[in-house]
Write a protein that binds this ligand. Structure first.
Ligand code: NAD
Ligand code: UDP
Length: 348
């Protein structure tokens, strides 16, 4: 069975390709490498001993996208491709709307034409209204606060409308909380361009000496230590969530949203201390003003994913930190490091 992965060379996509190959799927990737490196897929090939069919194609390029559907018998699509930086989306809203929304529409049109109607879509916890407090369930109020989040929300609505128009579609909307960590091999991982926006790559780059100190955005939130609380989820658990969603879309039609998180929140300072413990490095930090748009607390109620997909996150905070650190230590410059270091005993 062949699964088309859009954005498969990226952080979550590459980890998902690996898990799909490990359980015997054929994997076809479409990625324009706008935020990734083909080396990620070469490493997945090496780790798994299998081969990914790769197309360097932009989703906006309908003609070449169609060729992928003609050349391969695609059974379902996992749709990761998109721009994802919140701040950049405020600066460049039109690019975000064009890339994320138009890209998705073209993909759906091509899927429809080739009668492929099973899709797993990368949504995000950013679709929830920031006024929500406590554990967020799929029924919590929606309301994104920036163009990036709005692309996710609009795409969810487009996919719901698509299903209403044609009940033979089967779509899972996976709302990720905060993906962190990397595959245990330390050979694939998160490789942000420039200075990271997200907490864990920032911490690992401080630990490895690339950045001087972490800036903690606010210590006056109504949380146990005043710093923001998030639901960090190991990227391998997240990848496995996609396998469960694929199982589901293969057998039932409809559109369903699922939260993928651990259900447990950690503060920024708890993350810093956990990382210091696993890495043995100290993480210098300063407290600065709150980052505009940040909420105090955000964590998932993932009971629907457990109930309906049979999925739960299994990896805890120590594993998240240890795996993130192994990747950073072995690849201080991400995929720009030419050497792919194989650590004995930590294969696929
Ligand atoms: P990523 O940037 O590493 O991966 C996205 C991939 O899509 C990249 O390889 C990029 O080159 C590709 N891409 C972008 N636009 C494309 C286009 N028009 N045509 C072809 N390829 C294109 O990001 P990620 O962290 O792996 O995230 C994957 C998905 O999950 C994204 O849709 C993102 O919005 C969503 N998501 C990510 C997070 C997170 O914190 N990482 C959280 C919630 C949701
Ligand atoms: N954060 C921080 N310093 C940083 C990056 C993030 O203090 O350099 C905090 C941020 O305010 C939030 C948490 O870490 O409370 C997670 O932020 P991230 O950007 O990783 O994810 P978000 O939840 O915003 O999508």
């Amino acid at each position: 069975m062949a699964i088309l992965i859009t954005g498969g060379a990226g952080y979550i996509g590459s980890h998902t390709c690996l898990e799909l190959l490990n359980i015997g799927y054929e994997v076809v990737v479409v990625d324009n490498l706008s935020n990734s490196n083909k080396e990620s897929l070469d490493r997945v090939d090496k780790i798994t001993g299998k081969h990914i069919q790769f197309y360097n194609i932009d989703l906006l390029d309908r003609e070449n996208l169609e060729a992928v559907f003609m050349e391969n018998k695609i059974d379902a699509v996992i749709h990761f491709a998109g721009f994802k930086a919140v701040g950049e989306s405020v600066e460049l809203p039109l690019s975000y709307y064009q890339n994320n929304i138009t890209g998705t529409i073209i993909l759906c049109q091509v899927m429809q034409k080739y009668n492929v109607k099973k899709m797993v879509f990368s949504s995000s916890a950013t679709v929830y209204s920031p006024t929500t407090s406590g554990a967020i369930s799929e029924d919590s109020p929606l309301g994104a606060t920036n163009p990036y989040g709005r692309t996710k929300l609009m795409i969810e609505e487009i996919l719901r409308d698509l299903y209403v128009s044609d009940n033979s579609w089967s779509i899972s909307l996976l709302r990720y909380f905060n993906p962190v960590g990397s595959h245990i091999s330390g050979r694939i991982g998160e490789d942000p361009n420039g200075i990271p926006n997200n907490l864990t790559p920032y911490i690992t780059q401080v630990a490895v000496g690339k950045l001087n100190q972490l800036r903690i955005f606010g210590d006056d939130y109504p949380t146990s230590d005043g710093t923001g609380v998030r639901d960090y989820i190991h990227v391998v658990d997240l990848a496995k969530g996609h396998l469960k969603a694929i199982d589901k879309v293969m057998i039932v039609t409809g559109v369903e949203a699922y939260n993928l998180g651990t259900g447990k929140g950690y503060s920024v300072l708890e993350m810093v201390h956990a990382f210091e413990q696993t890495s043995g490095k100290s993480i210098p930090y300063i407290i600065v003003d709150r980052r505009p748009g940040d909420v105090a607390v955000c964590y998932a109620d993932s009971s629907k994913a457990k109930r309906e997909l049979g999925w739960v996150a299994e990896r805890g905070i120590e594993e998240m930190c240890a795996d993130a650190w192994r990747w950073q230590l072995n690849n201080p410059n991400g995929y720009h490091d030419v050497e792919d270091k194989v650590i004995i005993g930590q294969g696929s």
